[in-house]
Design a protein around this ligand. Structure first.
Ligand SMILES: [Zn+2]
Length: 192
């Protein structure tokens, strides 16, 4: 889904790990949720089915109790999805902090990289290579040549590994994938 802020900025909600999306829980609900989590750990049965059912109950309750919120990264307006037909909008007081919904871990949040190259590209795609990354890590030394779009495989590959190595050294990455013509060239993910 996506919607437009009054400032003109379009706010997209089509992928995971968005830095401008969050969840809000009422104090009236928080203790009930914590009690349910305690019960799921302490009172669920020993079998894997029992544990799966307990986990599903928690996920379902989280889906019910949490309200989705968004912040416009351009003007800082705040939106709450309160199960009304429309989003409730709140305007901030200048200077507005536009990063209210970024991870509580700040620049220690673990991001990701996805890069893909295709020799033959579909009509709607404008470049052979794309590099998409999401990170809160600050003061990165790596400078990406392609600005997310690439017309040479070598440049894409080079930028991918530069970024991957820097984020890995900073312990600021959870997974990273590089594909070329549907073949996985490099794949890495954090061990759980
Ligand atoms: Zn706005």
């Amino acid at each position: 889904m996506n919607f437009r802020c009054e400032c003109g900025q379009r706010i997209h909600d089509t992928t995971d790990y968005l830095s401008y999306k969050g969840y809000l829980i009422s104090d009236q609900d928080q203790f009930d949720l914590l009690d349910e989590i305690d019960d799921a750990i302490e009172k669920s049965g020993p079998s894997s089915t029992d544990k799966e059912e307990a986990a599903m109950r928690i996920r379902s309750l989280i889906g019910t109790l949490f309200k989705t919120v968004y912040q416009c990264s351009n003007c800082g307006n705040f939106f709450i999805d309160n199960n009304h037909p429309r989003l409730e909008m709140f305007r901030g007081v200048n200077p507005v902090n536009r990063n209210l919904l970024m991870s509580a871990l700040g620049d220690k949040w673990k991001g990701f990289i996805f890069a893909e190259w295709k020799d033959k590209i579909p009509d709607w795609q404008t470049s052979n290579g794309i590099l998409y990354n999401e990170t809160n890590a600050s003061s990165l030394t790596v400078r990406l040549d392609g600005n997310g779009k690439y017309s040479a495989w070598e440049t894409l590959e080079q930028d991918y590994y530069k970024l991957f190595n820097e984020l890995k050294n900073k312990n600021a990455i959870r997974y990273s994938h590089l594909k070329k013509n549907n073949t996985v060239i490099h794949s890495w993910s954090l061990k759980k």
